[in-house]
Every structure is written in structure tokens, then in C-alpha cells.
Design a protein around this ligand. Structure first.
Ligand code: CTP
Length: 407
């Protein structure tokens, strides 16, 4: 087997220490790693540790006489099977998005004709800043694949998305990317997935929500990313980790979910798996409701926007393929068919969410039994794990997009 080669660009962030573990993991799997360390990166890890783990010299200087005698930056960027940036700082992403080439790392990124993958790492506000989100969209449109970032506590003491994905997740994404395009029929496709419940505030401590765990939506996002898609996962509150290669936007309410979905457009396909609350309290009490003597409070509900119907009617921005889910407790097929027509989507994946004889429910469980309904008819899929249902659906989506649905 040919040795696979990765050009690893280590940017200047605290997460640079995780790059060392990543190098170790890649070397153990027989992948050759050629490290490039930015000037800022060298403030966080030493060239010596990187070189020792990579078993190769570390490149740092664009104007190195030895390397540049043979046009080092060009060779460097083309001799690899994959260029990986980990950590990809906000600054490195910004410079790459604008095609700057003011050091060895950005010059290699501009000169390469190989797939590029980035593992962003930065403070949550820097990640959420519109400038970074613009750069992310630009890089994604240029074909750059992303792993992470994860959500969680950060070195700077804040909490949220921005933490670099774990070395193991980056390792798996790299190995998949190195497997080549045959296993990745969705490479270059942008797909939006909604997942999880929504939570509509009633007062500062109470919410209106539902039993969705997000498991099926997350499994679908993971399966689509496995096939090479750039997946944006707009998720309500769940306890699940972001699947490798997926970018998550966390939301709480239906209106936030709708805004995040609109911001993710244009996409090739949208898969609406989220259990969106149909209603929300028309006003949120600013202070906690107390029992008092006035009896139970009246909460008036107003209707939420229908995200699936909105995406199906998005005019020129409409995804080529829009897939909805129908959670029903009775008359599954009839209700699902009616939903297909009412929402204007292309397929409905229908599942029975009533508890079975043994009291097992789909919501929160690990199994699912679905039927897929489109204009052609109904496909009944056998009961299977949610990951298997997700793989099958991702494969069906890949086939449909390859055939140019709606084109
Ligand atoms: N959906 C949505 N936005 C809403 C409600 C539902 O995007 N406000 C999507 C769900 O993600 C799912 C599909 O619509 O893909 C169907 O959801 P479901 O709750 O089964 O249907 P409802 O629209 O609530 O219809 P009904 O009340 O008749 O069951």
C-alpha cells in the first residue's frame, strides 16, 4: 500500500498541543506527516517536539534558503495527499479565505492542488463573529473540509463552540479523506440537517419542549459527512457530541432554528429531522411565575414558523432536495402523505412514535422503523439501528443528488 502523506500546518492557538497527539496517532497508522509551524504556532509547541513525533523536519520559514532553492513551498504543498490545518486559528482562516500568502503556511495553502481540511480553534466570540463565519463560508465554498469545532469549556474560561475537535475525531476525518473520492459521493455538496427538540421559554426557568433526543438527526449528519458532504447541523438542546466533520449551530427556539437554517443557505439538500415545537408562549414572563393565590397562570400559545415548509418554498435558494420527517402516532402513511403535500418537500421519512407493545419508543431510543414517501411511492425499511437508517438515507440522498433531483 502507498504511504499516505499529510502536510500538517500547526497554527498559533492553545490547541496546538493537541496537534502533537494527532501527529502521534497519524504516524501510528502509517501516515507520513510533514509539519509546518507558523510563527504563532511556535509560541505554543516547539519545533523539536513536532519534529520528533512527526519523524520529519519542521518547516517554518518561507524564505529558507535550503528549502526555497527547490521552490520548497510549491513542492511542499503538492507532495502531500492532504493539507491539514490544526489548529486553524481565526487569523489563519481569515488569511486563507482571502488568498493571502505572507508566510509559509498561507503560501502552501494557496499553492496546493490537494484537498484541504481545517480544524478551527478559537474563542467562542471569535468563532461566532460574522467575519469568521464569512471566512468559514468562503473556505467551505472553496472546497475546504472542516472538522469541529467542538463546544465546551475553553482555555480562556468561556464556554461554547470554538474548541478544537479532539485529535481522535480529526484523525478519523483525515483517514476518511485519504480513502479518496470513490467512498465520498457527496464530496463538494453542502447539506443542512436540523435535529433535536426546540425549547420555548415560558419564564426564566421553564420551557415548552418535547422528548426528541436528537439521535436520529445526529446520526444522519454523521452519515452524510462520512460520504463527504459539508454538513451544517442546526441543533436544539441535546446531550450529544458533534459528529466528526460536521459544523454545529446550537439553537433553542424554533425562531432561532429558522434563522440559523436561512443563514446556512444555499445548500444542495436540507434534511429536517428536528422535532420543532409547533407553538410558543406568546409572551415570555420576565420573572419566575410563583404559585401565589391567583391559581394556575394561563399561557397563551402562538404558532411557530414552519421551517421545513419555509425551506421547501425558498424560491431561488430552494435546496435541490428537501426531506422532512413525520412523527406520527396513528394513520402513519396517510398522515405522512398529507404532510408531503402540505409542506411542499420532496420526501417524507415517516416513523411511528407511539410506544410499541413492550413500551419501547422511537423518541430517545436507538432503533427506528421508517417508510420513505416521495412522488414515486412508498419504500418500507426494516426496523434497524438509527445509525443504519441514517446510512441508508444518506446513500439515497447521494444517489438522488447525483441524478440531479430537481435540476
Ligand atoms: N417542522 C418544521 N418546523 C415546524 C414544525 C415541523 O420544520 N414548525 C418539520 C419537522 O422537522 C419535520 C416535519 O416538519 O421534518 C414534520 O414534523 P411534525 O412535527 O411531524 O409535523 P407538524 O408540522 O407538527 O404537523 P402535525 O402537527 O400535523 O403533526
Amino acid at each position: 500500500m502507498n504511504t499516505k502523506r499529510v502536510l500538517l500546518i500547526v497554527g498559533g492557538g492553545v490547541a496546538a498541543y493537541k496537534a502533537l497527539e494527532l501527529v502521534r496517532r497519524l504516524r501510528k497508522a502509517g501516515v507520513a506527516v510533514r509539519p509546518v509551524l507558523t510563527a504563532a504556532g511556535a509560541r505554543f509547541v516547539t519545533p523539536l517536539s513536532l519534529a520528533a513525533l512527526a519523524e520529519d523536519a519542521v518547516r517554518t520559514d518561507l524564505f529558507s534558503l535550503e528549502d526555497e532553492a527547490g521552490m520548497g513551498h510549491i513542492q511542499l504543498s503538492r507532495a502531500a495527499d492532504l493539507v491539514l490545518v490544526a489548529p486553524a486559528t481565526a487569523d489563519l482562516m481569515a488569511r486563507a479565505a482571502h488568498g493571502l500568502a505572507d508566510d509559509l503556511a498561507t503560501t502552501a495553502l494557496l499553492a496546493t492542488d490537494k484537498p484541504v481540511m481545517m480544524a478551527p480553534a478559537m474563542n467562542v466570540r471569535m468563532w461566532r463573529h460574522p467575519a469568521t463565519q464569512r471566512n468559514l463560508a468562503t473556505l467551505a465554498a472553496d472546497g475546504v473540509a472542516f472538522v469541529g469545532p467542538d463546544e465546551g469549556a475553553m482555555a480562556c474560561g468561556e464556554f461554547g463552540p470554538g474548541r478544537m475537535a479532539e485529535p481522535e475525531a480529526i484523525f478519523r476525518a483525515v483517514m476518511q479523506a485519504l480513502e479518496g473520492p470513490r467512498a465520498r459521493p457527496l464530496a463538494g455538496r453542502r447539506i443542512l440537517v436540523t435535529a433535536g427538540p426546540t425549547a420555548e421559554p415560558i419564564d426564566p426557568v421553564r420551557v415548552l419542549t418535547n422528548r426528541s433526543s436528537g439521535k436520529q438527526g445526529y446520526a444522519i449528519a454523521a452519515a452524510l459527512a462520512d460520504l463527504g458532504a459539508q454538513v451544517t447541523l442546526v441543533s436544539g438542546p441535546t446531550a450529544l457530541d458533534v459528529p466528526p466533520g460536521v459544523v454545529r449551530a446550537s439553537v433553542e427556539t424554533a425562531r432561532e432554528m429558522e434563522a440559523a437554517c436561512q443563514a446556512a443557505l444555499p445548500v444542495d439538500a436540507a434534511i429536517c429531522v428536528a422535532a420543532v415545537s409547533d407553538w410558543r408562549p406568546d409572551a415570555v414572563f420576565r420573572v419566575k411565575l410563583k404559585k401565589g393565590h391567583a391559581g394556575p397562570p394561563a399561557v397563551t400559545l402562538v404558532e411557530n414558523p414552519d421551517i421545513l415548509a419555509g425551506l421547501s418554498a425558498a424560491g431561488p435558494n430552494r435546496p435541490k432536495l428537501v426531506v422532512g420527517f413525520a412523527a406520527e402516532t396513528n394513520d402513519l402513511e396517510d398522515n405522512a402523505r398529507a404532510k408531503l403535500a402540505r409542506k411542499g418537500c420532496d420526501w417524507i421519512v415517516a416513523n411511528d412514535v407511539a410506544a410499541d407493545a413492550a413500551g419501547e419508543t422511537v423518541m430517545g431510543g436507538d432503533q427506528n422503523e421508517v417508510m420513505v414517501i416521495d412522488a414515486q411511492g412508498v419504500e418500507r425499511w426494516p426496523r434497524a439501528g438509527k445509525a443504519e437508517v441514517a446510512r441508508r438515507l444518506a446513500a439515497r440522498i447521494a444517489t438522488a443528488l447525483a441524478a440531479g433531483v430537481g435540476a
